[in-house]
Design a protein around this ligand. Structure first.
Ligand SMILES: Nc1ncnc2c1ncn2[C@@H]1O[C@H](COP(=O)(O)OP(=O)(O)OP(=O)(O)O)[C@@H](O)[C@H]1O
Ligand SMILES: [Mg+2]
Length: 307
């Protein structure tokens, strides 16, 4: 009887020991799993932070002054301003995309290099320089920041974050040329039309950037507000682009004969967006910027052209 009881007690003790061991192993496994999960979460958060730091939104908020970028670097990064890298063309010149530039910190969005179509000449260069100085003082979360400048007389270039969502104009009209530009920005297939909410969000962002410029002291006028100068990032945030570039384009125009678009811009801003008061008074103002924004609003809400 006693031997049986002893055996039972021994078995119970062994079972308890085994259970305790199993529990300890389980706890250790759980602790390792928890540590691993924590590590993975930390790594994910770090990756997200790097991504966020290099997004258009983070660059807009960073207030870093534009860096001087040598022309050689821009030529190398755009493969000699290759047609295959061209994402658009406008009043100042052509726009090319590139992934990295040695003079600038790495960014997730990539860079848009805007290059003058014609040599800018000494006067144009001075105007551009003063424009860059003015703009360097402006910083707003919805204002497309100027990241780099190249003031080579042969080829002045401005470097911005690449807005992979394209221009509001291209996203609204979706004409073949617009879809081709969006394809160049990375859309494998044409993006769906922007919803009303998405349009309002982009307009709100652009309006807040314009209001910011107008409340600076001294006030900065945009002079070329249009649906083409409101750009979207890959998350659908809106950015007001090309502040003051209309004036820089005027200076560029002064140095060349072949500048019909630029001289049109010198007189009128963009067709359809121009306040009728401009040809009468020859003066741009916060109100003429406001008029152009009003047209942008109508264009975005109705989907119809400005003219
Ligand atoms: N930072 C950018 N990121 C992505 N695409 C851009 C960027 N800047 C310009 N683009 C594309 O290039 C096109 C041409 O731009 P550009 O600013 O030279 O002319 P625009 O905006 O049409 O007219 P404007 O001369 O009045 O600014 C834009 O419509 C847009 O599609
Ligand atoms: Mg533009």
């Amino acid at each position: 009887m006693r031997a049986e009881a002893e055996a039972a007690a021994e078995a119970a003790a062994e079972a308890a020991e085994a259970a305790a061991e199993a529990a300890a192993v389980e706890a250790a496994v759980a602790a390792v799993a928890a540590a691993e999960a924590q590590e993975a979460a930390a790594a994910e958060a770090a990756a997200e932070a790097v991504e966020a730091a290099a997004s258009v939104a983070a660059l807009a908020a960073a207030a870093a002054p534009p860096a001087a970028v040598p022309l050689d670097e821009l030529i190398a990064a755009t493969e000699g301003f290759a047609e295959a890298r061209k994402v658009g063309e406008g009043g100042f010149g052509r726009v090319y995309r590139c992934d990295a530039l040695p003079s600038l910190p790495r960014v997730a969005c990539g860079f848009a290099v805007k290059t003058a179509l014609v040599g800018v000449g000494a006067q144009g260069l001075a105007e551009l320089q003063s424009e860059v100085r003015t703009l360097s003082a402006a910083c707003h979360r919805s204002l497309l920041p100027l990241l780099g400048v190249c003031l080579a007389p042969a080829r002045a270039c401005l470097v911005y974050p690449l807005c992979r969502g394209g221009s509001l104009e291209d996203r609204l009209y979706r004409a073949p040329a617009a879809l081709q530009r969006l394809h160049m920005l990375g859309f494998e297939t044409p993006p769906p039309p922007l919803s009303a909410a998405a349009r309002l969000r982009v307009l709100r962002d652009a309006a807040s950037a314009l209001h910011y410029l107008h409340t600076l002291s001294p006030m900065i006028l945009h002079r070329d507000v249009s649906a083409g100068n409101v750009l979207l990032d890959e998350r659908g945030n809106g950015y007001l682009a090309d502040v003051g570039l209309a004036r820089a384009a005027e200076a560029t125009a002064g140095s060349s004969q072949q500048v019909s678009h630029l001289s049109t811009q010198r007189l009128f801003g963009k067709l359809g967006y121009m306040d009728p008061i401009i040809p009468q008074s020859g003066q741009a103002s916060a109100l003429t910027d406001g008029y152009a924004f009003g047209i942008t609003l109508l264009v975005a809400l109705t989907g119809r052209g400005a003219v």
